[in-house]
Design a protein around this ligand. Structure first.
Ligand code: S3P
Length: 441
């Protein structure tokens, strides 16, 4: 039975409270992967109990890795070593997760056995040529559907060799797929990026003891070393915090503190952009934990104004554009976004879905091939189809706070991929989200 979940988000606020966000999705995927391939038993605390990251854990369980869940958000992973995986007996279901599929493709390309990676309807439309091409250049053999679409059939038993690769798109998933294949490759594997992307794979490989050199926009490693079990403390996900940063900024009288949020600079582009728009956000108690920087983020209401979003921040806020559209709609004046064609190949075409959704609520949006201009104004009541994209659903739930009436948002079940419990947490600090669930045959 497929799930159906609709929300109605009504005007509400002010927002008040101290909130804990769920664990970081990117870090959780990588922690499971490297722990599974390590020698020894690793503990992961703060693991995201989302459908995406659970799908990755299930993939490794299906390849013979014993993973315990002693309590929610904790995993004990009994690593099988770099060469200890065994073939799954069925195709591996990556669900909605592009990160899961692309990173798995990299490390499965180096196995002795064949694998098949599948995804849901959204993931089945996302481009995989961007990893198939460089992995093929390393000696991998991967079949896909027409146009490089999933499912991916990955042939094992190939001898991989390192490459030096400059990805044509800024993508941490592409970089990570190549580096993970590089663990199994002869010689050295290097990735050089035009725009630096999140560096969690590099940092976590180092944490698990793999010799790797990396800096802003480049990484290099050699194959045939070992991963050693360790303890990973996953920070709270900045991309989840982003919805509350914007919500409290736009609702008069609000003040929230979001605890222990990861503030890796490759993730916090939205912070810089919101501050340029006039937001009042401060980082309290900055501290380091397991090689990542955390802070408690205190956000207070402040009037926002439109800006031209500097392109230098795009890669550092690639998942935050849906919620930035809402901040821009609530701001005085025009916000111009450019250089974001990648948004068209995320869980949905986020440029088109946000532009048409806001237009339907009375906001003037001019959509272009690689960006948009959003004219701040009064957000009206109305209906939104989130098209099953978690970040679209949560963004319009935030819009409902300041709309002239309720916003009905359909197809919200996929919020559970990255932020299970969003509606309850939001309602607990002052939102008014009513959920209605109905099974569909
Ligand atoms: C991610 C990288 C980004 C991001 C995604 C998570 C990662 O994708 O959008 O949510 O964990 O590496 P791209 O690498 O495709 O930009």
């Amino acid at each position: 039975m497929s799930r159906r979940l609709d929300w109605t988000s009504s005007p509400a606020g002010p927002l008040r409270g101290m909130l804990d966000m769920p664990g970081d999705k990117s870090v959780s995927h990588r922690a499971i992967m490297l722990a599974a391939l390590a020698d020894g038993v690793s503990r992961i605390d703060g693991f995201l109990e989302g459908e995406d990251t659970r799908a990755t854990a299930a993939a490794f369980a299906g390849m013979g890795v014993h993973i315990e869940t002693p309590s929610p958000s904790r995993r004990i992973v009994h690593g099988v070593g770099l060469h200890g995986l065994r073939a799954a007996t069925a195709p591996i279901d990556c669900g909605n997760a592009g990160t899961g599929m692309r990173l798995l493709a990299g490390l499965l390309a180096g196995q002795t056995f064949d694998s098949e990676l599948r995804g849901d309807a959204s993931l089945s439309r996302r481009p995989m040529g961007r990893i198939i091409d460089p992995l093929t250049a390393m000696g991998a053999h991967i079949d896909s559907n027409e146009g490089g679409m999933p499912p991916l059939r990955i042939h094992g038993g190939r001898a991989l060799h390192g490459i030096s690769f400059a990805p044509p798109v800024a993508s941490a998933q592409v970089k990570s797929a190549i580096l993970l294949a590089g663990l199994y490759a002869q010689g050295s594997t290097e990735v050089r990026e035009v725009h630096a992307t999140r560096d969690y794979s590099e940092r976590m490989l180092a944490t698990f003891g793999w010799p790797i050199e990396f800096g802003d926009g480049w990484a290099r490693l050699a194959g045939k070393a070992r991963l050693r079990a360790t303890h990973v403390a996953v920070p709270a996900d900045f991309s989840s915090a982003a919805f509350f940063l914007v919500a409290a900024s736009i609702v008069p009288g609000s003040e929230l503190v979001l605890r222990s949020v990861g503030i890796n600079p490759r993730r916090t582009g939205l912070l810089a952009v919101l501050r340029l728009m006039g937001a009042d956000i401060v980082e309290l108690d900055r501290r380091e934990q397991g090689g990542e920087w955390l802070a408690d983020l205190r956000v207070r209401h402040a009037p926002l104004h439109g800006i031209d979003v500097p392109e230098q921040h795009v890669a550092d806020m690639i998942d935050e554009f849906p919620i930035l559209f809402i901040a821009a709609a609530a701001a005085r004046g025009v916000t111009r976004i450019s250089g974001v064609a990648e948004l068209r190949v995320k869980e949905s075409d986020r440029l088109a879905v946000m532009a048409s959704g806001l237009a339907g609520l009375g906001i003037e949006v001019v959509e272009r091939a690689d960006g948009a201009a959003i004219h701040g104004g009064r957000i009206g009541a109305g209906r939104i189809d989130s098209v099953g994209d978690h970040r679209i659903a949560m963004s319009f739930a935030v819009a409902g706070l300041i709309a002239s009436g309720a916003i009905a948002i359909s197809d919200c079940a996929n919020v559970a991929t990255s932020f299970p419990g969003f509606a309850d947490l939001a309602n607990g600090c002052g939102f008014s989200i009513a959920a209605s669930a109905a099974g569909q045959g």
